[in-house]
Design a protein around this ligand. Structure first.
Ligand code: ME8
Length: 523
């Protein structure tokens, strides 16, 4: 299909603050987007997948100052860590945006001008609390024991400031939510957003005058833009907006805006589901179709924090357990949208039971048997299938539609659970048909059984590609499936496993993790 005939799909991660190194939480959000982007590409979409770094604001300026380097030098080096992580985690992002880039400055200033021209930004003065850690303003009534409701320290700020007339957008936002019941997922989080907006909105300070590390406010050198107005605009910048600007790209923008999905953590939902749509409505621009807020990871039951020294480095996880194993664990272990806990034992259990035992053994046994007992050539499917063949093939053929509908709801864990259900069916089928025993008694039937299994494994490997691209590719190689035969038009039952192809001796794809005695003790 030519790109212009394909449906488009645009998915974004939050852009991460460069005040610190990337950790498991950042890798998690980007992984979820990567899985969706890969899924949609295999499903025939023209995909744009964006991630990047949020480099302005007081928090970053302060982190640079603490290190004794200029904000630009600091952001250059930390942003690179996030870029490196995309390579290490095999993320397939199509772009990596930095808010310090000229294309982004131009987009921010354009949006600002549109808001000013339409009368939604006016100069005033701000007196209130500000939490640098959250880059957020708080009212007196929100302060709990001298801190922000998030626990972040606050400071009193009094300075001239431009204000966005957020208070006028309460009714339009509520009407928009009503008309777009899928705008926020999960539903429980959407309800929180609605109650927040129903509680009334105050005008929002959108510039700061007491520091300079930000996008300059047009025509007023004393102010830089509030970092959240700057940051949220990145989603439009990367589509080649403004289209008449020096970095404009009308075709790209038309293809990808409005975004299909902004994936975020629950901590920043309000910025994406309240402020961002209000800014866009005020500017007369189209709104994103959906925002999904996932849950929070803890480490062995504890909040992850630098001060507790328990930050999980995704690079180390991939080194220790394997990249695809880590990707699988993160997507399978916790219902997407809920909070989750990382524990070594949970990781090892998933690795050994779901991967090494269930999928790994199945494919290794079946492909080895084909190699040994079918002269290294793929056998043909039965002309007259037995009821157990029909049942297994029907369950694997049904998977594509089932998994697709879970993916469209960002229910990654459910999609994987369904796939593993069919893997169990296939393992039961192996036990029931006992192909190794058929070698002497009924070699023709043995070939049929192995072909039914190979067909099941072929479709499963096609479907797990978004989560485990490397492992899936090894299995597909072992089954002599060509590179052109791996998209989703080859799943769902319309195409079958090809007979007569050369099968070579397979190597195991999912090693077991051997737990040493010391680890058992500490787990
Ligand atoms: O908020 N569990 O950047 P940030 C799960 N720059 N996800 C986690 C996590 C955890 N323990 N910790 C972090 C910002 N995350 C802004 C965003 S967007 C226009 C600007 C993930 O570096 C999660 O996605 O603080 C969360 O929303 C994000 O990192 C916050 O990243």
């Amino acid at each position: 299909m030519a790109a212009q005939d394909q449906p488009n799909f645009y998915v974004t991660t939050p852009i991460y603050y460069v005040n610190d190194k990337p950790h498991i939480g950042h890798a998690y959000t980007t992984l979820a987007c990567d899985v969706l982007a890969r899924f949609k590409r295999l499903d025939g979409y023209n995909v744009m997948f964006l991630t990047g770094t949020d480099e302005h604001g007081q928090k970053v300026e302060k982190a640079a100052g603490d290190k004794g380097v200029s904000p630009q030098a600091f952001t250059d080096s930390v942003s690179q860590n996030f870029r490196d992580l995309t390579g290490r985690m095999n993320f397939s992002n199509d772009d990596f945006i930095r808010t310090t880039e000229p294309r982004h400055r131009e987009a921010c200033q354009k949006l600002w001008d549109m808001l000013v021209e339409r009368g939604h930004i006016t100069l005033g003065s701000y007196a209130g609390w500000y939490a640098v850690r959250d880059e957020a303003f708080y009212t007196e009534t929100e302060i709990v024991d001298g801190k922000a409701p998030t626990g972040a320290p606050v400071e009193w700020v009094e300075e001239p400031s431009y204000f966005f007339d957020l208070s006028k957008w309460q009714e339009p936002l509520l009407a928009f939510y009503e008309a777009n019941p899928d705008f926020v997922g999960p539903v429980s989080r959407f309800n929180e957003v609605k109650s927040f907006v129903k509680g009334g909105l105050r005008d929002l300070s959108v510039s700061r005058a007491s520091f300079s590390w930000g996008v300059p406010v047009p025509r007023d050198d004393a102010h830089v833009m509030y970092v959240w107005l700057d940051a949220l605009t990145n989603y439009m910048t990367a589509t080649g907006w403004p289209i008449d600007g020096s970095f404009g790209d009308a075709d790209k923008h038309k293809s990808f805006w409005p975004a299909d999905l902004h994936m975020v953590g629950k901590d920043i939902l309000r910025f994406h589901a309240v402020y961002w749509p209000a800014f866009l409505m005020a500017a007369g621009l189209p709104l994103p179709k959906r925002v999904f807020a996932h849950g929070w990871w803890t480490n062995e039951g504890e909040k992850i924090s630098k001060s507790l020294g328990n930050v999980i480095d995704p690079n180390q996880l991939a080194d220790e357990y394997g990249l695809d194993q880590t990707r699988y664990f993160l997507m399978r272990e916790v219902p997407f949208g809920k909070d989750g806990d990382f524990s070594k034992m949970a990781m090892i259990n998933r690795m050994n039971s779901d991967l090494a035992n269930d999928l790994g053994n199945l494919s290794q046994r079946v492909i080895s048997m084909i190699f040994k007992n079918c002269n290294g050539v793929s056998p043909a499917l039965p002309n007259n299938p037995q009821p157990e063949d029909v049942a297994l093939l029907a369950s694997v053929d049904a998977l594509l539609n089932i998994v697709r509908s879970h993916m469209d709801q960002q229910a990654f864990h459910e999609g994987l659970r369904e796939i593993w259900q069919v893997i169990s069916d296939a393992n039961r089928y192996v036990d029931g048909t006992a192909p190794w025993g058929l070698k002497k008694t009924d070699p023709d039937r043995m070939g049929e059984v192995l072909a039914v299994l190979a067909e099941t494994i072929r479709q499963i490997a096609i479907l797990v590609q978004p989560v485990m691209p490397e492992a899936a590719s090894k299995i597909l190689d072992q089954l002599a499936v060509t590179d052109e035969e791996r998209d989703f038009t080859y799943a769902g039952g319309s195409v079958r496993f090809a007979a007569g192809r050369e099968i070579t001796k397979p190597e195991p794809v999912f090693p077991r993790y051997i737990v040493d005695e010391e680890e058992k003790g500490s787990a």
